[in-house]
Design a protein around this ligand. Sequence first.
Ligand SMILES: Nc1ncnc2c1ncn2[C@@H]1O[C@H](COP(=O)(O)OP(=O)(O)O)[C@@H](O)[C@H]1O
Ligand SMILES: [Mg+2]
Length: 356
Amino acid sequence: MREKILRILEDYDTQDLHIGTIGSHSALNILRGAKDEGFKTICICREREKAVYENFGVADEFLIVNDYTDLLDDKLQEELREKSTILIPHGSFNAYIGKFDDLLLPIFGNRELMVWETDREKQREWLERAGVRMPRRYDRPEDIEGLTIVKYPGAKGGKGYFIVSDASEFYEVSESMVKSGLISREDVKNAELQQYILGTNIYFSFFYSPVYGRIELIAIDRRYESTADALGKVPAKEQLKADINPTYTVIGNFPVVLRESLLVQAFEAANSIVEVSKEIAYPGMVGAFCIESIFDENATMYVFEISARIVAGTNVGIPSSPYSYILFGENIYMGRRIAREVRVAVEKGMLEELIY
Ligand SMILES: Nc1ncnc2c1ncn2[C@@H]1O[C@H](COP(=O)(O)OP(=O)(O)O)[C@@H](O)[C@H]1O
Ligand SMILES: [Mg+2]
């Protein structure tokens, strides 16, 4: 597959590249960043969302689709190839397209790692090999000790996650979810039971630069999650009566500046995650990645998820985060950092190292 993509790249006019992405998630960030670095931009979106990207003036061109999966359409891809378009993937690529085999366009980053990231088992294997500390996993409901978060296969934090504290509670909630048709009996067997870490959620947006051979911390955020972040507003007495379950639909993000002595744990995790990425999916990590973690009362970091692409949390770092400013001394945010890497790679003749 990689050979195929690199052959497509060979026909590209590297002096007239376009940067393209799907109009959602972090497209404002990506497209504005591309423009700041002198690229022409293409926004692939539905008629409804077009208004937003038009309003902000970040797109030089629009390709209107009925559905994001239309990106797999041959004609549309041909048009993008003719314009020497490099696609910048974000969360909507995983959510709406998923299958990358039919996407015959150069992607900035590593499409194989994006598959690792969407598979819970593979993700755990990656993190375990990297030796990062993770929440414990219970093989059977009977093993549960203390607060436990239940994640069903295919479920997203937005719906279908719940917290229990023992096996009987697990079966009770699962049974009612099966009855209401939310999950199947098969799902109950395959649920991931994870130690619930009570602490502070911290999401690190790193960038691995093949051009400079280094890991860069670009921004840190935390999520504003509904209804998890609303629970504190309801008195405990009423929570009991209303039988509220936290859901984790991300509504927005806050910037975070971390207590400096804690950065070392994050850099250690980032280093080993990048090292292992090279072993599991050649050529390994390229560009943006995010480590989702929780720091407990002892300020110990637990990693519970990883993304091998830009995350929407980086939007808090436009035009600059404290970290990117310290590193670059100028306004650098993730979208711009990506475009900068492409620009410098073109100058150095190493574009193919960034593409898969
Ligand atoms: N082990 C855990 N301990 C405490 N909170 C967790 C744990 N795992 C997930 N969460 C909470 O649930 C949210 C969604 O979980 P995550 O595994 O990131 O699923 P998603 O696929 O929806 O991103 C997280 O942002 C966090 O707030
Ligand atoms: Mg997550």
